[in-house]
Design a protein. Structure first.
Lengths: 155, 60
């Protein structure tokens, strides 16, 4: 029985929804943090957490399973080599969703979905290790995330 | 088709609408920059939530 196994439909057909979530999860892994509506954010974290959990197995089978959702090969590689190893000691809770106010236009509640990996920036506040930060910053910059670029150059 | 049978006074409609009320948003003070913000939200002024910076606001 599928009691209580509810999924938000997000006003889309199942193929549209699946494609959108696949794209969103790919951008989340590529850029560590994405801004979206709260409903999409809450659905996305379920997908993202599941993919990270699978990726932690680091087998060929796992890689193929994840590749069904993450179509970008570079991002897939990043997930297995950079993101998943950082969650070795964690059983779950790889993402964080925080609300950030209403969008002008349709008053939709917006939220930030964040992968809880090492931050590529803001060293002074978090005081964390520097290890993979530079690489992540370059990836983020390559993705054309102007917001991140701006904050990175400001520091 | 339903049609109104009787004239409907201004007062009648206005009395019904006395129950339409706006509620003030529950604004609280940001622990980091002391500007007003909504609870359980990233602060729009400084980008902090629960002591960690999550976003960088545009002017900052
Ligand atoms: Zn603040």
């Amino acid at each position: 029985m599928r009691h209580q196994r509810k999924v938000k439909k997000l006003s889309r057909t199942s193929s549209h929804r699946q494609a959108m979530l696949n794209n969103m999860v790919t951008s989340l892994f590529a850029s560590r943090m994405i801004k979206t509506t709260e409903s999409k954010a809450k659905e996305l974290r379920r997908i993202a957490d599941r993919l990270v959990r699978t990726a932690k197995k680091d087998t060929l089978a796992a890689r193929r399973l994840v590749a069904r959702s993450v179509k970008d090969r570079a991002v897939l590689k990043k997930l297995f080599t950079e993101i998943a190893p950082q969650f070795k000691s964690k059983p779950s809770g790889f993402t964080r969703v925080v609300k950030m106010g209403y969008r002008r236009g349709d008053s939709a509640m917006m939220a930030v979905v964040e992968l809880l990996t090492e931050k590529p920036k803001i060293e002074k506040d978090a005081g964390k290790k520097k290890g993979s930060k530079k690489k992540e910053k370059e990836v983020a910059a390559a993705e054309g995330k102007s917001k991140k670029e701006k904050s990175a150059s400001a520091e | 088709m339903p049609l109104p049978k009787r004239r409907h006074s201004h007062t009648r409609g206005r009395k019904r609408r006395t129950h339409w009320k706006l509620t003030a948003p529950n604004v609280m003070e940001c622990a980091h920059c002391h500007q007003p913000k909504l609870p359980h939200h990233i602060c729009p002024h400084c980008g902090y939530y629960k002591g960690i910076q999550i976003t960088t606001p545009k002017e900052a």
